[in-house]
Each structure stands twice: as C-alpha cells, then as structure tokens.
Design a protein around this ligand. Structure first.
Ligand code: GLC
Length: 582
C-alpha cells in the first residue's frame, strides 16, 4: 500500500510539466518520416563470412532509395563481443571489425546522405558489455571505489554475502545478479544486469556516466549521424533501495502492456499502478533533457527515438515532451490484436497522447525483438514478446493468412499520420523462420531459459536479395550466421521487383502515394458507414478502409489508389485494406 501511495506522489510531481502541453507541431523531417530498420548482421555481407557488414549495407542503399523510405536506423555496429548481437557494447566510439571500420561507416553515411537518406544510430546506454574497459576497471578496483560506482554493485545478503541483493529476474531469464570474484580469488560483490550477465547495468545516478555519454553522442553527431534510437530508454534509473519485486505472471518481460493488467483491488487507473522498480522510473526524464540539449547544439533536426516499453500511452508520451526525446516506438499499436475496435482505439489513443505533448505518433509492426508481423498476425496461441516461435510451438500461423493480414496491416499503417518504422525484410513479406534448428540458435534468451523460450532469432535470419544466388544474394560465399530457409526464393527481392501485386511493389506504391499525398503530415478523420468490423478514416484526400470482419464491406465508387489484395466487384474482402481517392 505504501508503495502505491508513494508512486501516486511521484506522478503528481510530474503533472505540472505534463500540463505544459505544446500542441503546435513543427516541421522536422522525423515527424512524418518512414524509417527503415537495418539489422546489420543480416542485411548484406560484403566479405562472405556469413555476417552482414557496413560495406554490404552501403552497396545496397540504392534499393532502399528505390523502396521510398526517408531514413535508415542501424542496429548496433559498435565494438562488441556480440553476446547479444551487438547490444553489448565494449567501445561506443569504434566499429566492430565484424562490421568494418570507422572509414566504412563514414562511406555509408556519405552514400546515404547523397541519396537523401538520413542515418540513425542505435545507442545502448542502459548497460555496457562486461568487456568494456569501464567494467574491467570496476572489477579490478576495490569495493566502494569510483570505478565500481559506475555500475550497480551491491553486497550480497546473509552472513557470507552469498544471497543475491534482491529477487529481480533478468529479461532473458534467470537472476538479474551475478557475483564477482575478487582479484585474490575470494567471492566478492554482486552486479546488476537487466539482460545477460555479459551486460552489466550502468549507474545512471553517477554524473561521470552521464558525462561519458554526452561525449559519445557528440562523437557520432560530429561524424554526421541524424540522431539515435535509444535502447531500453525506460530502464536506466532504478527505484531507490532496489526493493524486491515479483512481476505478475502475465507481465511482458520488457515492461509495459501486461505489467499494468494486475490492478490492485479498487485501483482502476493503470497510471497509478506501480511500475517494476527497474522500468519507467521518473528519474530517466532528467537524462533525456540532457541528451535533448546535446542534440540541440547541432544543426539540422536530429532525432531521438525511445525504446520505452511503458503503459499506458499517456505515460509513454512523457518520454517525448518538447524538451526530451522526439518520438517513441508505439509498442501498444504493435501488439494490438487484429480486430477493428481495439485498433481504432489504439490509433485514437496514440494520436491523443502524443499530440497532447506536441509529438508525432509513431507506428510500427515489426522489429528485431518480436515475431515478424507476417506470422504474428495469424498466430492462434499466445506468444509473449521475446518468446519467439520454434518447431515445437503451439498455434503456429497459416502463412497465407499471415501474409494477407500483414499486407493489410502495413497498408493501414502507412496511411496514418506520423512516423512509421519498417523492419528489414517485411517489404518482402518475410515470415518468422519457425524451423530454425536448436543448434543454430544464438539469442541469449534461448540459453538463459534452458530452451524454454526460443527467443528472437526467427526474425533475424539474413534477408534474401536474389533467388538464384548463394545465400540468396546476402553474400557470394553462401554462408549465413543463421541458416536461411530453403524455400525463400519466392521472397527474394529480385523475384518481386517489378512484379505487379508482389509485396515489394505494394510497399513501393504505398510509400510513393504516402509521399505524394503528404499522409505523414496529414490528419485522421474517422469515416462512418463501413460497419463495426472495419477501420475506416480519411487522411486528406484519401479514404482508407481495412476490413477485419468475416463479411465483405461494400466500397464507395471512387478511384482505387492502392489495395493490399486485388479488389473484385466493388467489395472489400476480409483482411484487405484499400486507399480510395475521396
Ligand atoms: C533492446 C534491444 C534488444 C536487446 C536489449 C538489450 O530491447 O532491442 O535487442 O537485446 O535491448 O540491449
């Protein structure tokens, strides 16, 4: 009870700031941009070692220009032991040799800018790699030293200190604590790691840590990046005292969504449900104000995009107040079931929440951490984020239904005002790879849960470019760090390029029309008359209708600009989206 009252006070102390609502929107490019996520290990491999790299990306950039996106976001390419595919950074100011060199990065940036594509880097501030020199120095330094204070070291409980400091469980499974061995061989303190034990959490209460990151941001801004996607932007401050916490059984591992479903008796407002003591703590906002100011030192509109798994949307909007970040991934939208009413609701709530603080809403359906939406939208059993799908999963999707829904969902998403994110391969209609052999798996989730959760490898398989080339054109050697399915030739880019009705052509048309009609900067007006099972709205001169019900919906007469499936006889079939000139 005490905890709940405390939390209410914290929120109230934030309310006056929230009340300084700015409704005017600016004309920064990112407010309406379509941003394409590149997962460097799986995009294009120039060396043939089976792992994608920066020169590989540079060579393929014209294909993204042709697709029609505005910017690329590169998942981490910094020096890293690759224990979590690069989200375990050992040097923030260098490129991992696996991906190339700083000169390769500069060449990529120059080529991208030459093509009119902005470049967003992925900053990982919540934790470093255990191989980072800061952590190595902390291990070598005595307890209570300034080096140790850069991380979250604590004494263990019990007479010998061999009981963990609290009961928190890692997002990847197992405990959130690891005990170190002192230089003299005796057991020492414990350090906190929200993710893998190779990813120790930094102590963001320490001003030294804050200063280091200002320098890191400037290093990349000086090189010319257009901004940052910020990893785990809701996790960096932990509740004082690190109190024990047991999440509700159905809680999402990254926070948000289901964490808020466990409302205590008499509490109906999810805003006052205590967040886990390691997610969504109010102290993070001061950090973002500092980052905002660093970006403001630079010319042009640099962007900060938060990966913040917080609920409800009104709370997520706190991350994108005018003096904090620019935008945040809309995970509530991503995880909304394929049903009309919840979709209409989340779209309205998103626009209300974000415009309430003068920020654009974002829209996103896939990324490197979730089951690809061409599979997810047809799952028939629960699949919590991070669990993945594998050979033994229940409720596997029908691939045809999944692709049909994915095409309809993307056509709907790209007509919404705001900024949209596309994850590499979704423009090819790629499904999740559900048959990866156990021996090929690399996600720490798989190892830390003893194989109970498959993890995220199924959405990270290198993408197919040319149907008849080795590794489908991912490289020329045929090697691939995760094996590619044998039946991906029909998904290859060259199998779809210029082919009417292909998923690639659908994306190209949608992106071209979106740009031509200014849909990203438009506004949404709900359209009536299509029944409870449709999502229907106007954005400027375009009427968008998605039919999610079991029966066909009659369409008004008008010029069809885009449809996710062929339209026969003026009726919109189930799981189809259409854009009509209104
Ligand atoms: C973010 C990344 C994910 C990574 C985790 C730890 O959620 O998107 O891939 O494993 O942070 O850095």
């Amino acid at each position: 009870m005490e905890c709940r009252i405390l939390f209410r006070m914290t929120l109230e102390s934030e309310l006056p700031e929230t009340a300084t609502v700015v409704t005017a929107t600016g004309d920064e490019w990112w407010r309406s941009a379509v941003i394409y996520q590149i997962y460097p290990r799986s995009f294009a491999d120039s060396t043939g070692d089976g792992v994608g790299d920066l020169p590989g990306i540079t060579k393929r950039l014209p294909a993204l220009k042709q697709l029609g996106v505005d910017a690329i976001w590169l998942s981490p390419f910094f020096r890293s032991p690759q224990k979590d595919a690069g989200y375990d950074v050992s040097d923030y100011c260098d490129v991992d040799p696996l991906f190339g060199t700083l000169a390769d990065f500069d060449a990529l940036l120059e080529t991208a800018h030459g093509l009119g594509l902005r470049v967003i880097a992925d900053m990982v501030p919540n934790h470093t790699s255990d191989q980072h020199e800061w952590f190595q120095a902390a291990l070598a330094a005595p307890e209570g030293s300034p080096e140790r204070d850069r991380y979250m070291f604590r004494d263990g409980k019990g007479p010998n200190g061999d009981i963990m400091p609290n009961n928190w469980e890692s997002v990847f499974g197992g405990p959130m604590w690891e005990r170190v061995t002192n230089p003299d061989g005796t057991p020492g303190q414990w350090y906190l790691h929200i993710f893998d034990k190779s990813q120790p959490d930094l102590n963001w209460e320490n001003p030294w840590v804050r200063e280091q990151f200002f320098g890191i941001l400037r290093f990349w801004l000086d090189r010319g990046v257009d901004g940052f996607r910020v990893d785990v932007a809701h996790g960096m401050i932990k509740e004082a005292g690190l109190p024990d916490y047991t999440p509700p059984a159905e809680a999402a591992s990254m926070g948000g969504a289901a964490a808020a479903t466990d409302l205590a008796p008499g509490i109906t407002d999810p805003e006052i449900v205590p967040d886990p003591p390691y997610w969504g703590q109010p102290g993070v906002h001061e950090i973002w104000r500092g980052w905002h100011d660093v970006l403001a030192e630079y010319e042009g509109d640099r962007v900060l995009c938060a990966e913040a798994w917080v609920d409800p949307l009104t709370k997520m909007a706190l991350w994108v107040r005018p003096d904090e970040m620019s935008q945040a991934f809309n995970f509530a939208y991503m995880f909304t079931e394929w049903e009309a009413e919840p979709l209409r609701d989340v779209i309205q709530e998103s626009i209300d929440a974000f415009s309430g603080v003068g920020a654009p809403s974002t829209w996103v359906l896939s990324n490197h951490d979730v089951v690809r939406h061409a599979s997810r939208l047809a799952l028939t059993a629960d699949s919590p984020q991070g669990a993945g799908i594998g050979p033994k999963s229940l409720g596997k999707p029908d691939p045809e239904l999944g692709l049909k829904r994915a095409r309809a969902a993307t056509s709907l998403m790209l007509a919404l005002p705001g900024s949209s994110y596309i994850y590499q391969g979704e423009e090819l209609g790629l499904p999740e790879d559900m048959e990866l052999p156990d021996a090929a798996r690399q996600d720490p989730t798989w190892f830390r849960t003893g194989g109970e959760k498959y993890g995220r490898d199924g959405c990270r398989v290198p993408i197919p470019w040319e149907a008849d080339k080795p590794a489908y054109g991912f490289n020329t050697s045929g090697k691939s760090w995760l094996p590619q399915p044998v039946d991906w030739d029909s998904y290859a880019r060259d199998s779809q390029d210029g082919v009417p009705g292909s998923t690639l052509e659908l994306y190209k048309s949608a992106l071209a029309l979106r740009a031509e009609h200014g849909l990203g900067t438009g506004s949404l007006v709900w359209a009536d008359g299509f029944g409870a099972n449709a999502v229907a709205f106007r954005n400027g001169g375009i009427l968008v209708v998605t039919n999610l019900g079991p029966v066909a919906v009659e369409l008004p007469v008008g010029e069809i600009l885009l449809s996710s499936q062929p339209i026969v006889g003026g009726a919109l079939e189930t799981d189809v989206t259409v854009w009509i000139r209104a």
